[in-house]
Design a protein around this ligand. Structure first.
Ligand code: CDP
Ligand code: CDP
Length: 233
């Protein structure tokens, strides 16, 4: 049976990475987190003290940077790691999971020339199919011909609460109100930017998982994938 390309897009905290990882595991596909690439580049820009709106300097940085996603070992997967992330030769898997880096990622992601470099990398990484890639523009720009597109949603309050719980588990002392504000601001920037804004592709299936856990959501998407696999043989 031919393997699909599955695109999962949606706002922060909608469950993309958790659900996409599970879908890939159930189907035996490769999981790729495109947001991790924006985060890794943002981390490098922050470390270099660069201005986050310096378009040509950031585009040059993107071209000179090597970012690689690798599957976790079984032990890392059990600890919740979904993709290992390498920035040049340095592993930055956990370092990129901060609010500061998320915010910087959404700023540099508004720059067309930066996106051009990362989109080309993503297309190379996912070429050949048998892949579940998640992000903001996977179904619209990166893989517009993906055989299955999902737009994952959940209410803003639920998404912020999910993120807040993660911070609590890591011992970080953000208030729920701070996280609501961060998620709201990042959503606004991602939806309103000129280049590749977060929008549902016309042919994407809308899945609102406000009242579903990640496993139920993944099982629903696997059912849709099995149907598509039969349709395209
Ligand atoms: O990748 P994205 O920002 O869209 O979301 P995530 O990192 O996969 O999910 C954020 C948090 O919500 C994680 O802790 C998930 O376990 C949790 N989650 C949930 O409780 N219920 C869901 N249906 C999906 C995710
Ligand atoms: O996990 P979460 O949904 O919070 O964010 P992420 O997927 O790690 O992405 C971080 C930021 O990168 C997003 O807020 C977007 O601005 C940007 N991004 C993007 O523009 N396009 C993508 N395909 C993936 C991420």
């Amino acid at each position: 049976m031919r393997k699909l390309t599955i695109a999962i897009d949606g706002p922060a905290g909608s469950g993309k990475s958790t659900v996409a990882r599970q879908v890939a595991g159930l189907l035996g596909y490769l999981y790729l987190d495109s947001g991790a690439m924006y985060r890794a580049l943002a981390l490098k820009a922050l470390d270099c003290g660069m201005a986050l709106d310096g378009e040509s300097a950031l585009a040059t940085l993107a071209r000179e940077t090597h970012i690689e996603l690798k599957p976790p070992s079984p032990e890392q997967a059990a600890a919740g790691v979904k993709n290992r992330v390498f920035l040049d030769v340095r592993e930055v898997t956990s370092e990129i999971r901060t609010e500061r880096v998320a915010e910087a990622a959404s700023r540099i992601a508004a720059i067309a020339a930066v996106r051009q470099v990362l989109v080309a990398e993503q297309q190379r990484a996912g070429a050949g199919g048998g892949v579940v890639m998640e992000g903001r523009d996977i179904g619209t720009v990166v893989f517009p011909r993906a055989e299955l597109k999902i737009f994952l949603e959940a209410s803003p309050e639920i998404r912020a609460e999910r993120r807040w719980k993660e911070h609590q588990e890591k011992g970080e002392s953000f208030t729920l109100a701070q996280v609501v504000e961060e998620v709201r601001e990042r959503d606004r920037r991602d939806r309103e930017r000129q280049v590749s804004p977060l929008v549902r592709a016309a042919d994407a299936v809308l899945v609102d998982n406000s009242a579903m856990d990640a496993e139920e959501t993944a099982r629903l998407i696997v059912l849709l994938a099995r149907e598509r696999e039969k349709e395209i043989v």
